[in-house]
Design a protein around this ligand. Sequence first.
Ligand code: SF4
Length: 437
Amino acid sequence: MATAETTQATMFCYQCSQTLEGGCTRVGVCGKSPDLASLMDTLIFGLKGVAAYAHHARELGKIDPEVDGFMHEALFATLTNVNFDIADMLGLVLKCGQMNLRAMKILDEGHVEHFGAPVPTEVPTGTRAGRAIVVTGHDMLDMEALLKQTEGRGVDVYTHGEMLPAHAYPALKKFKQLVGNYGGAWWVQKKEFDAWPGAILATTNCILIPRPTYKDRVFTCGVAHVEGCTHIADRNFEPVILKALASPALPDRPGGKLVTGFHHTAILGVADKIVAAVKAEKIRHFFLVGGCDTPGMGGNYYREFVKAVPEDCVVLTLACGKYRFNDLDLGSIDGIPRLLDIGQCNNAYSAIQVAGALADVFKVGVNDLPLTLVLTWFEQKAVAILLTLLALGIKNIRIGPCLPKFITPNILAILVEKFGLIPTADPIKDLEAALAK
Ligand code: SF4
């Protein structure tokens, strides 16, 4: 998977198209500083994230000309000899965050109009005996088409990774063959798909190059392509269904359950209960812990953090970073679950709506709410979401498990000074510091 992290390894000079290994050694020749290159990388990665959300929205019939216009302006601004101004480039980077909010908004509207507003839903994580297809990626329209085509075919459908919130949309959850969720974050998929006997459909990014052991059962659609795997261009998933029918059946294996679907309409539907619990000092603090999961041990930070969150605090989460801890049973406070899965990464829009509504109720700014954001970042959409939060003026965000490598020390210093960005460190000490705020 091409990520912001991995792409950094082949960062190019925007002036001369040479690689910038070891930092820009051509300053004075091409006139670009590493800091300007860093901001341009941030902008380009952010634009990729905006493009993903805007594309999904367009598929649902939602278009924002202002977002489209900005994509052109911003890409043009990264062109050779166009923009050598750090302050202006920083402005474009933050505007990218504003445009991402607009893109996430129309995507949310498209999803809700097409599939209905998500409702909190329990999702089994075991498997039931039978032939099956697992769907990974992010595209709900692909999921809808597959569910329509698998009706009455004797094939079950499971979600994987970021498709989990499909279970919460009324127009999708009504299909009886949508039976559960299999697996977790994108980076564990090689192990998980190796153990999956059925067909696999990858709808978007975050598909990894498959192992030979299961490659013949992988199908792609939309923008996702893998060399040697069958690509479905027209949402006619018959080849996927036939592959599932010809593959071994899944075993009957009991599992646990996950709960998803806490869209902002669901959370704000019980806003009076939440406000009453805050006023009665039964809820002391809210944490938003989530984002794009990063492979490796660094991600354990988020599990340790959530495990240590005191019982009078609520954790909101989204995106695949939640798989680090969403198996934990945190219980509830006055009927309000202490772990609220808002949905996919683009549902950061819902988190922003909830934070804004709470700020209105308590008549304070979002930065004055008892709310701490603890983000895990990895790929381009996470960059776009971080830029959105910064553009909204949200401060003191903790970000980890490592800092974006394309951010130079000087640019980091600007972000720390302007926005109080805090790199994650020790989960317990970070939690104590957040609660002491
Ligand atoms: S949340 Fe981010 S890393 Fe995870 S599957 Fe979605 S885009 Fe990929």
